[in-house]
Write a protein that binds this ligand. Structure first.
Ligand code: SF4
Length: 330
């Protein structure tokens, strides 16, 4: 049985259940790289220039960790999944960049996803990918329909049951059925940012875990439905140009006006789109003056102590604000 490696980075948090289903339906075995470690990050960093963004360095570290553990590695080039809304350029050239900087990588299984080129081109691309496993087009079609349903179920688990992507992935594997939100909460904190930053415990310094341990309820972009994200984007910037505007501008705009006690924006050092998008949310927070907003920039040298100190200060400020509100009401 052919073993397909999937790096636990970048698109993994959005599409893993769909890819896994697709490949398993076609008779392959899926191997996922382990959670990020400092060694993996250092190995990925060593392959690219210093100012490459942190998530790409992490991704390359995951590819390196899969060398000799699988027969090929699946790395799609996802250009666009919505009409005239585009991904960051790093995603467009991901398979080619990986081939260039990780020559020892097993063969790379790639596919071009660009919804702007029409459904026919997309179906042909999926069929070309499936043909590497079977010549039967009906089998490829069935695998892609089952995979798409798995993706819809995964999204539903996150938006309807308040699960984070790692929790929903565990739930789809039958390991977990409900969110680990604390029973009593000090505050509700919304985190906004790319899933590959929020849910990678090594690079986020276990931010979600820390917030929950301090009895805070954590909200994330995946807990919102597409309509909520889109309507927040329309209110804030009119229309989206970047794929990731939903999880930054959309989620930020929504949570700034819908009951969170504070919003934390997580950005990657070296990310152009992030600095623009997070600035829009920061301006909106300053304009509304209702909910505290803090942005944290993560890079490979970010010290855990620095993150913890800023987090504690932010939570203290929220508690003081809540206390003042109670005093005013009394
Ligand atoms: S959106 Fe930013 S963080 Fe993500 S891959 Fe592109 S440059 Fe890197």
């Amino acid at each position: 049985m052919i073993r397909i490696g999937i790096p636990r980075a970048l698109f993994y948090y959005q599409y893993y259940p769909m890819w896994k289903t697709f490949f398993e339906e076609l008779g392959a075995e899926v191997v996922v790289s382990p959670p990020t470690t400092q060694t993996m990050l250092a190995s990925g960093s060593s392959r690219v220039v210093a100012d490459t963004c942190l998530p790409v360095k992490v991704f390359l570290g995951h590819v390196l960790s899969l060398v000799e553990k699988c027969d090929c590695i699946f790395i799609p080039a996802i250009r666009s999944v919505k009409n005239k809304v585009y991904n960051c350029s790093k995603f467009l050239g991901l398979p080619d960049m990986t081939r260039a900087v990780v020559p020892e990588s097993p063969p790379i299984l790639d596919i071009d996803i660009d919804i702007n080129r029409g459904k026919r081109v997309l179906y042909q691309a999926i069929y070309q990918l499936g043909r590497r496993f079977t010549w039967n087009p009906f089998k490829v079609r069935q695998a892609s329909l089952t995979a798409w349903q798995a993706c819809l179920n995964y999204r539903e688990l996150m938006s309807s049951h308040g699960l984070t992507p790692p929790e929903a992935i565990e739930a789809t594997a039958g390991l977990k059925t409900q969110s680990s939100h604390p029973a009593s909460t000090q505050a509700t904190i919304a985190l906004i940012g790319h899933p590959y930053l929020l849910y990678d415990e090594h690079i986020s310094h276990r931010l979600i875990h820390r917030l929950e341990q301090a009895h805070n309820r954590v909200l994330t972009p995946e807990m919102l439905i597409t309509q909520e994200l889109e309507s927040a984007i329309v209110k804030l910037v009119g229309r989206a140009y970047w794929t990731y505007e939903e999880e930054v501008v959309g989620a930020g705009g929504h949570y700034l006006q819908s009951g969170a006690d504070g919003v934390i924006g997580i950005m990657a050092f070296g990310c152009g789109p992030d600095s623009l998008m997070m600035d829009m949310v920061r301006r909106q927070a300053a304009k509304l003056r209702a909910i505290p907003f803090m942005s944290l920039t993560l890079e490979e040298h970010t010290a855990e102590a620095g993150v913890v100190t800023r987090l504690e200060a932010f939570l203290d400020m929220i508690q003081r604000k809540k206390k003042r509100q109670v005093e005013v009401c009394v």
